[in-house]
Design a protein around this ligand. Structure first.
Ligand code: NAD
Ligand code: UDP
Length: 328
């Protein structure tokens, strides 16, 4: 039985990857320090004898007994409000965490896939974004902690590939959504759906003309799975090219939720990218992959998930306590 280590396993993407690898017959070690994730996301796997969840901060030395075939490094705060609150942890997990995992992969002769992001393109001047584009990132802006950690992550991964001959894979993930996103993580989909369900106004940042392209979780997991088993070591965009402005998206959510909420306008966060759409030509050619779930279907499933949360959960204002993860 092949063994895979998935970091960030208690998070949104990581928990869905755990499901997929269990379903494919792997032994899965999920690792997480629960800083932005929740063990509840993998609670349904706890009784499975092919799954174990290890609480560990991957910026500290990582020890795994026995053989290991694959590593998927998904640990990292991923929502702008999370990484603005824990900037140093974000830089550390992308840099030190990735270094530890590459060292582990080398020691175990394991193949490693790392989760990069469309944020490596920053506020892009090329549209849609192809893998060749070098990006437009403000190194010292508030988002720089995430963007530069991910850019460093790609560089050190390529260095291990070139210098040590390590088998590496890099996925550049574009905005992905679905069940198990944290209601209060501040990302636009849980934010808007939560507001609609609570009867609050939807908060549009800026004038709402900025665009995003949203990919449903099942499509994302399929793309990542195919990339891991490809023989391509360079970055590959995985996302859904169907682009929409945030203003139009707010209107869609109001229709979907059957509410008659108003929208209100707030300041656009610094360096918030004005446009984003993946060019997925490479993924189509290399992996024979393209997204299958359109936004209407994906959003319906996502709305069902958020609707199923209890009233307590819906109205709980989460002030996540990051203090126990922060060294003074
Ligand atoms: P998430 O916050 O739901 O999950 C991240 C998980 O990593 C959490 O469970 C968190 O507790 C864990 N974690 C963070 N720091 C850690 C550390 N030092 N040690 C161990 N565990 C740690 O976020 P997500 O949306 O599931 O994102 C997962 C990965 O995918 C991230 O690397 C993110 O950058 C990348 N990504 C996600 C998206 C998206 O749209 N969801 C887009 C681009 C990239
Ligand atoms: N956004 C918004 N209102 C919110 C949350 C987000 O208008 O309550 C906007 C945000 O400014 C950005 C877009 O929605 O332009 C997507 O934001 P998200 O945090 O989901 O992801 P990212 O900016 O990382 O793509």
């Amino acid at each position: 039985m092949k063994k895979v280590l998935i970091t960030g396993a208690a998070g949104f993407l990581g928990s869905h990857l755990c499901d997929r690898f269990i379903a494919e017959g792997f032994y899965v070690i999920g690792m997480d320090n629960f800083i932005t994730g929740d063990p509840q996301n993998v609670a349904h796997l706890q009784s499975n004898s092919n799954f174990e969840l290890v609480e560990h901060d991957v910026t500290e030395y990582i020890s795994i007994a026995g053989e290991l075939d694959y590593i998927l490094h998904f640990a990292s705060p991923a929502s702008p409000i999370d990484y603005l609150k824990i900037p140093i942890q974000t830089l550390k997990v992308g840099a030190l965490g990735t270094h530890n995992l590459l060292g582990l992969a080398k020691a175990k002769k394991a193949r490693i896939l790392i989760a990069s992001t469309s944020e490596v393109y920053g506020d892009p001047l090329v549209h849609p974004q192809t893998e060749e584009y070098y990006g437009n990132v403000n190194t010292i802006g508030p988002r720089g902690v995430y963007d530069e950690a991910k850019r460093f992550q790609e560089s050190i991964t390529m260095a291990y590939h070139r210098f040590h001959g390590l088998e590496t894979r890099i996925v550049r993930i574009f905005n992905t959504y679905g069940p198990r996103m944290r209601l209060n993580d501040g990302r636009v989909i849980p934010a808007f759906i939560g507001q609609a369900l609570r009867g609050e106004n939807l908060t549009i940042f800026g004038d709402g003309s900025q665009t995003r392209s949203f990919c449903y979780i099942n499509d994302q997991v399929e793309g990542i799975y195919k990339l891991l088993f490809s023989d391509y070591a360079y970055p590959v965009n995985i996302g859904n090219p169907d682009e929409i402005s945030i203003k139009d998206f707010a209107d869609e959510i109001i229709k979907l939720t059957g509410t008659d909420q108003k929208v209100i306008y707030q300041d656009l966060p610094v360096n918030d990218p004005m446009q984003r759409q993946p060019d997925i030509t490479l993924a189509k050619k290399l992996l024979n992959w393209e997204p299958k779930v359109d936004r209407a279907e994906g959003m319906k499933k996502t709305f069902e998930y958020f609707k199923s949360l209890s009233q307590d959960e819906l109205f709980k204002t989460e002030h996540r306590d990051f203090s126990k993860h922060i060294k003074k």
